[in-house]
Design a protein around this ligand. Structure first.
Ligand code: ARG
Ligand code: GLU
Length: 711
């Protein structure tokens, strides 16, 4: 394998200077023919149309959006789907109760009839992609004000999407690429009957917990299994007991041969957001103004959640998912900040901007077109950063559970407004609010929320620029405010439900005066104070970003650019390889079940394992899933991935499934802003560990019988 590495290296060195850089990039599958030669040099044995083709089935037909923010893949001709445990987590938690605690015990359907429907869960297949830039920009003139241009584009996009759907059951979305220099139309098929088939206990699926999150070496069994159901015509249909397993156009073949240092791998999936072409000012804002404040706020939230969860098993279940999602970005921001500082991202960007400026200044036409971009960034960012920070605080408090009663207030607000306007809300409207609230209260604890709200308000009032926060609130009023809102109706399921049941003008008036409602109004008023200025600056920045992207592409005409991630399907490729961390530690490319046992002995509860796993290790009951007498759990490679790529199939040179992408390693998390193949690593669950857990641990080997294995 070493040899292959050197050969590849030599081949790349011999390539012309204009060739692509290896490894970096999240490429559009329908344009992968531009990369395929390089991929083949790196060992790939596929052709471009094995990956994406409009004329016959290809790998892209097996890769799906799972829910709203993850990737999944088809692994049988009966709609069996694999994704990460942490992607299926909400569903598993939703289906769990204290009596049926699937989080603790795992879940394995023994037959189709046992598979558990998950209301609201969707699986989205990609049908086709088309460039519609000309149609989107039709009617635009160069000097049209941004507001007006946005309107024209919006109208064009609506029309394009409507035409694309026609009378079919498909959905269509137009998305901007290269900061709106290009537009692509995506036609999708969305399935809504999706059922849980299997999940390991969280001590396997979440092994390492938050201690190991964003960290390598890692041994998490991060997978769960679902099944897509369709109507009798194999098309999407709402849940019905009569629905049948969906027969996909394509499902992946699984390889149990493993991967080794230097092997080619590629990841197909839905990376969410990256920011590779942003100016240094943007990186400075994120790392200096935003991340530290948001880290502080979430530290406070987590401190409260952790304490309450430890004291009460019911609260542990209620807040498990909230805790995991709060801590995930909290930790990521820290890794990102460390990495961007360590690699001097701002300095590197500034040096690039200096070169770019020189090039712009050397030509009068270029100066006219691009000369004002960087100075404008420098002028706008300091003010924008203040308003953006205030907006981020608002989001954390009101939408992301910082002050949980704000969500309740926001749900009830429209009912109150309708009623006090003298119109009568329909019973249906009231019932739908009630249903949403029931879901909310199922996972709510007022005592926890009281403490968390106080801490969050303190952070907000201490960290927001004075002119952006409510004059009536001071940091030392936080405790009292938190006490009041959590003593009100919004924090009390029984009183709220009673109010909804006999809804009238008086209830509306009483709820309008509820402390939580008043706080929401206060926070919203403060956020709205600068909304026009904020929007205007954001608009200006978007216009600058489009021009700046263009300038960069003009500056380096021979460079093969990939568009920033925008939750559309991409292909990333690279090689399996260990690395040397920033602290000088050398890391191997794979991890093992033996290491699970070692970590387990440390006594950290994040490394607890089910006794049955320890027993399998003791008896070495590994079946055919071992390599050199070991169960390999995970591996790393330098595929360029980001959030949204969770659950993505990791494929070998033949396009066979060798693992499930689920994370990145700490030293390289800055890859959303700056990718460095020497240090950036995506973390993949080895498919053999998944198969081992399903077969040997859970005794659910019957599920493997519908999969296809490479010989
Ligand atoms: N860091 C991974 C991803 O960004 C996994 C998150 C879930 N795991 C956890 N321990 N919270 O989203
Ligand atoms: N865990 C991430 C997700 O949920 C993927 C890790 C990353 O950000 O690369 O998508």
């Amino acid at each position: 394998m070493k040899q292959l590495n050197i050969l590849t290296f030599a081949a790349l060195m011999a390539a012309p200077a204009t060739s692509l850089r290896a490894d970096e990039g999240q490429w559009l599958p329908m344009l992968i023919d531009k990369n395929i030669a390089q991929m083949q040099q790196m060992g790939c044995r596929l052709e471009a149309d094995d990956i994406y083709s409009l004329n016959h089935t290809s790998l892209k037909d097996a890769v799906v959006i799972f829910g709203g923010g993850c990737t999944g893949e088809m692994v049988s001709d009966s709609g069996l789907l694999l994704t990460n445990y942490h992607c299926g987590y909400d569903a598993i938690q939703y289906l769990s109760t204290v009596e049926h605690d699937y989080l603790t015990d795992g879940f394995w359907a023994t037959g189709r009839a046992d598979e558990l429907p998950v209301p609201g869960l969707t699986v989205t297949f990609l049908i086709s992609v088309r460039d519609v830039t000309d149609s989107v920009t039709m009617g635009l003139t160069p000097d049209m004000p941004e507001r007006q241009a946005a309107q024209v584009r919006r109208r064009n996009i609506e029309l394009i999407e409507r035409r694309a759907v026609g009378s079919s059951h498909y959905t269509a979305t137009v998305k901007p690429f290269f900061n709106r220099n290009q537009y692509l139309l995506f036609v999708n098929e969305v399935f809504t009957d999706v059922r849980l088939v299997g999940a390991p206990p969280s001590r396997i699926g979440k092994f390492g917990g938050d201690t190991d999150n964003w960290v390598w070496p890692r041994q998490t069994g991060d997978f769960s299994m679902f099944r897509v159901y369709a109507g009798a015509d194999n098309r999407p249909a709402p849940y019905s007991a009569a629905n049948r397993p969906y027969r996909p156009r394509k499902h992946l073949t699984i390889s149990t041969r493993g991967v080794h240092e230097g092997d080619f791998t590629m990841v197909m999936g839905y990376p969410g957001t990256t920011n590779e072409y942003a100016p240094s000012h943007n990186v400075a804002m994120t790392t200096r103004d935003i991340n530290p404040r948001m880290i502080e706020l979430r530290t406070a939230k987590l401190d409260v959640m952790n304490r309450h969860q430890k004291q009460d098993p019911a609260i542990r279940i209620k807040y498990d998912a909230k805790n995991a999602s709060t801590s995930n970005a909290w930790k990521k921001w820290q890794g990102e900040n460390t990495g961007l500082a360590h690699f001097d991202a701002i300095g590197k960007k500034q040096a690039y901007e200096a070169r770019l400026t020189q090039w712009i200044e050397a030509d009068s036409a270029r100066r006219a077109r691009y000369g004002s971009i960087l100075p404008a960034y420098a002028q706008i960012y300091p003010r924008y950063a203040q308003l953006h920070l205030a907006d981020r605080y608002y989001g954390e408090m009101c939408y992301r559970g910082g002050i949980e009663t704000m969500e309740v207030a926001a749900m009830v607000r429209p009912l109150i407004e309708t009623t006090l306007d003298g119109r009568k809300p329909t019973r249906q409207h009231i019932d739908s609010v009630a249903a949403e609230l029931e879901l909310f209260y199922k996972d709510y604890d007022a005592a926890l929320d009281r403490e968390m709200s106080a801490r969050v308000l303190e952070c907000y009032l201490g960290g927001t620029p004075a002119q952006c926060r409510p004059a009536t609130l001071t940091p030392d009023s936080a405790q009292a405010v938190a006490l009041r809102i959590t003593a009100g109706i919004c924090a009390d399921r029984a009183r709220m439900m009673a109010a909804l049941a006999r809804w009238n003008r008086r209830t509306a008036r009483r709820l309008a005066a509820d402390p939580a409602m008043l706080l929401l109004d206060t926070l919203t008023a403060a956020a709205r104070r600068h909304i026009d200025e904020y929007r205007q600056l954001a608009d200006t920045l978007r216009t600058l970003d489009r021009l700046y992207m263009k300038a960069q592409m003009d500056f380096e005409p021979d460079r093969h650019f990939y568009p920033d991630a925008n939750f559309t399907m991409r292909v990333a490729y690279g090689t399996v390889c260990g690395y040397t961390g920033c602290d000088g530690t050398r890391h191997d490319y794979f991890t093992t079940l033996d290491q699970i046992m070692e970590k387990n002995r440390t006594g950290n509860p994040d490394f607890d394992i089910p006794e049955r796993l320890a027993e399998l290790h003791r008896t070495r009951d590994y079946g055919s899933y071992a390599e050199d007498g070991q169960i390999r759990t995970c591996f790393v490679a330098n595929n360029h991935t980001t959030g949204g790529n969770s659950g993505s199939p990791v494929l070998n040179a033949d396009g066979h499934l060798v693992g499930l992408n689920f994370d990145r390693a700490w030293d390289g998390i800055m890859s959303d802003t700056m990718f460095d193949p020497a240090i950036c690593r995506n973390i993949t669950l080895d498919i053999r560990y998944l198969l081992f857990v399903v077969d040997r641990y859970a005794g659910a080997g019957y599920l493997l019988r519908e999969m296809t294995f490479a010989r």
